[in-house]
Write a protein that binds this ligand. Structure first.
Ligand SMILES: O=c1[nH]c(=O)c2[nH]c(=O)[nH]c2[nH]1
Length: 302
């Protein structure tokens, strides 16, 4: 039986980079976690320990910081594309690069009713994500951009039902026509290759659509809500060819106050943290071929 080296990749995970633009008295902040990953001719590093083709992960880190100044971090998709293209085009053994980014949101502190020029508070809002893959050269060059978000915590206090489900001898769940539905959404949407985008505007629009559909769609199951969210995004944005959604069903159970002679009437809940249902779905445009390379992960963070 022959034993050979399988797929491999390497890079520097989780470079925590903060860029402040201080050209005027009103500063701008971008706070990111950048992971760089290289693919290509690195077999010898594994097979013989020869490092001749290995661009150190430390060098990848230094490059990520340098590009934060020379290219800038805003929007994160353009920064990731520039970094990935550099590794593939300028570093000989590299045939492919993947850059994964989490962006943390800050909002300006309000002082005497005015937003402050150079002080922010970290928001509890969702984390914006980007995953860029650049692969190959010349005619064979492929570039994929996946935008996304995670930790978008949503809760609706009505407008959600769950009944008519399959039952067997272990089923104890009671059907309901009015329940809390809550989740911490992870969503990633892939752009058609080659689309130039106003990345910040697209992000704001998609994040808004996801939250709005969650709010307004009368849900018969989280599964149905996810499909409707994905469909709405694809209907609104022609350049988005595929969206993947992952949603924990954050169960809220009616707390039994009857034991104290108190009528609850669906107002006091136990917010259970685990276990949770985990519902995942993708919504795709038929006419676009799947792009498995776009989804090949590195850090596991985006
Ligand atoms: O929206 C839901 N989908 C399920 O598949 C499921 N299963 C469950 O117990 N509760 C729910 N809710």
């Amino acid at each position: 039986m022959a034993i050979t080296l399988g797929p491999h990749q390497y890079g520097k995970a989780e470079n925590r980079i903060v860029r402040i633009v201080r050209d005027t008295a009103r500063h701008e902040i971008t706070d990111v976690n950048v992971s760089t990953c290289l693919r290509g001719g690195f077999d010898d590093a594994h097979l013989t320990g020869d490092q001749a083709t290995v661009l150190p992960t430390d060098t990848q880190k230094q490059t990520a910081y340098a590009y934060a100044k020379t290219v800038g971090l805003n929007p994160i998709e353009d920064y990731a594309l520039a970094l990935a293209r550099h590794f593939v085009d300028d570093v000989e053994p590299v045939t492919g690069a993947r850059i994964e980014i989490e962006e943390f949101a800050w909002e300006r502190v309000i002082v005497d009713g005015t937003s402050h020029d150079h002080t922010w508070a970290r928001t509890g809002r969702e984390v914006r994500t980007a995953a860029v893959t650049v692969d190959g050269a010349g005619e064979d060059r492929i570039e994929h951009v996946i935008q996304g978000l995670k930790d978008l915590t949503l809760l609706k206090s009505t407008g959600s039902e769950f009944h008519g489900f399959l039952q067997d001898e272990y089923t104890v769940l009671a059907p309901t026509d009015d329940r809390i539905m809550a989740t911490s959404l992870v969503a990633s949407w892939r752009l058609a290759p080659g689309t130039g985008e106003d990345w910040n505007a697209l992000y704001a629009s998609v994040a808004g659509i996801l939250a709005a559909v969650f709010a307004t769609h009368h849900s018969l199951a989280l599964q149905q809500t996810l499909f409707e969210m994905g469909r709405a995004v694809l209907e609104a944005h022609e350049s988005v060819v595929e969206i993947r959604l992952s949603a924990p069903n954050k169960h809220h159970f009616d707390y039994d106050l009857g034991r104290f002679g108190i009528e609850n009437r669906g107002e006091v809940f136990h917010a259970d943290d685990r276990p949770y249902g985990l519902i995942q779905a993708s919504v795709v445009r038929d006419e676009f071929p799947p792009a498995p390379l776009a989804w090949e992960k590195y850090s596991g963070l985006v």
